[in-house]
Design a protein around this ligand. Sequence first.
Ligand SMILES: NC(=O)c1ccc[n+]([C@@H]2O[C@H](COP(=O)([O-])OP(=O)(O)OC[C@H]3O[C@@H](n4cnc5c(N)ncnc54)[C@H](O)[C@@H]3O)[C@@H](O)[C@H]2O)c1
Ligand SMILES: O=C(O)[C@H](O)COP(=O)(O)O
Length: 527
Amino acid sequence: MKIIVAEKISDKGMEVLQASGAQVDLKLKIPREELLEIIPAYDAIVVRSATKIDEEFFAHATSVKVVGRAGNGVDNIDMTAATKHGVIVVNTPDANSVSAAEHTIGLMLASSRKSPQANMAMKNRIWDRSPFTGTELYRKTVGIVGLGRIGALVATRLQAFDMKVIAYDPYIADSRFEKFGVEKKETLAELMQEADFLTVHTPKTKETLGMIGKEQFALAKKGLHIVNCARGGIVDEEALAWAAAEGIVTAGGIDVLKDEPATTSPLFDLEHIILTPHIGADTVEAQDNVGVSIAHEVLSALRGEVVPNAVNMPTLQRQELEQVKQSLKLGEIMGKCYYQLNKEPVEQLEIIYSGETAKMETEMITLAVLKGLMEPVIQEKVNYVNAGLLAKNRGIEVVESKIADNEHYLNFIQLKVHSKEKTFTIGGTVFGKNELRIAEINGFVFDVIPTDYMLIAENIDQPGMIGKIGTMLGQNNINIATMQVSRNVQGEKAMMFMAIDSEPTEEDLAKITTVDGILKVQFLQMG
Ligand SMILES: NC(=O)c1ccc[n+]([C@@H]2O[C@H](COP(=O)([O-])OP(=O)(O)OC[C@H]3O[C@@H](n4cnc5c(N)ncnc54)[C@H](O)[C@@H]3O)[C@@H](O)[C@H]2O)c1
Ligand SMILES: O=C(O)[C@H](O)COP(=O)(O)O
């Protein structure tokens, strides 16, 4: 296993990676061209916010299975491209939140008291108190844009300063505002009109880029203090410069700029706006948390284990994952059967979860079914990350339904795979903790343990069929481990389901079909 660490993570994080036995190459500040040249040799890459992980990167990164973002924001990673290439992106969304929140408050206090400017004067041996009259936070109104992890930490901390906290976040429930004692504002305009201090804590998205612009500043009270410790560009830099020139914004602290690393921005020339070079997460504690967390996540993802913070696939808590683990296996096995038994392209995949399975988090099971379904016929690697997208691209409509009760089984998954001409069905259950069973194929009832090699034969329900097929397989040196026969109407079509110990050749199968009464024989590779 080879892992490249392209941006600095803590020594503790490096130690976790190295202890895994993987080859870990630290390549700080590696030029882009060089990175693209060497990346084909790596299984995983660890980055922070400075490395662009885009389509061009993935086109070169042919062996990369995991991108570890040692931090929170993933706006430097093209998630669509990662998903398309089946690469898992993991991050550490919580590990640096406290540091970012504290830096936000630090910027708010420092800019309000002009501490950095006073420090500069002192270092120039100037003792003059008069330019540094500041403003208190006490009893002022702070407007928070985005009441997520960091927004909420900032809110509770500022309440200790006796500030009135109002927030605008149209994507969260009212209960979250209530939980943090924050007054909800329905519109950004309302927030802008009431705030004495404004701080943004949204991700960088199409919607949030430039969301605090000239129009918003024009609504603000004169003397607004502003902080951006989220992402550069959410507060439009030109607009902020304009608002400062107009006396609308009189203080501010900005940790993030639109184009980083930045040496040009209208903000560099603003006396009352203090700047830091994206250091919100740069504390010993945050970097230790981030480094250790990302190391564990990357290693888990590489081993195909639980990844709690996978950004581009459904995540499950450890307990939920334990619950669905066997259903994932069952779903994948059943999905795998379709193209081995049918040649018609799938139009619609119906997945019916019933009994206890209906109460589970089934999103991942559906992905497991899709993974199994497409793996036998697709050249690209199919995994939980790209299975949904690959199915969509192949025009497969996925319909899930849940039925609380199942007459016969405690838990049951049934697939109805619809092609243009017909519908193939397969159903299965998990007995006890981990006993998988195929319980139905095309209306024939079974109780079969899926094994690596299986044969399915359709035959006329007449005496002597089992003996004939057994003899035929024996002649070809194929041992039957277990066998079940199922029929619905006496004398009509029946089905035999056999677990065999070795893989038959095409010739073996052809010979069996010559047996009188055998209608069809197909081999299934389940493992
Ligand atoms: N400066 C740093 O070093 C540093 C450190 C950590 C995180 N960050 C950044 O801080 C930001 C917040 O991180 P977080 O962990 O709190 O994220 P989060 O996902 O927990 O919260 C973001 C909140 O923003 C809200 N939101 C999204 N779009 C919105 C919109 N258009 N209007 C209003 N609200 C909107 C969401 O509903 C959510 O509640 C991110 O941009 C992250 O990258 C920066
Ligand atoms: O999103 C984050 O986690 C912060 O912005 C920190 O980014 P960094 O890891 O590049 O410091």
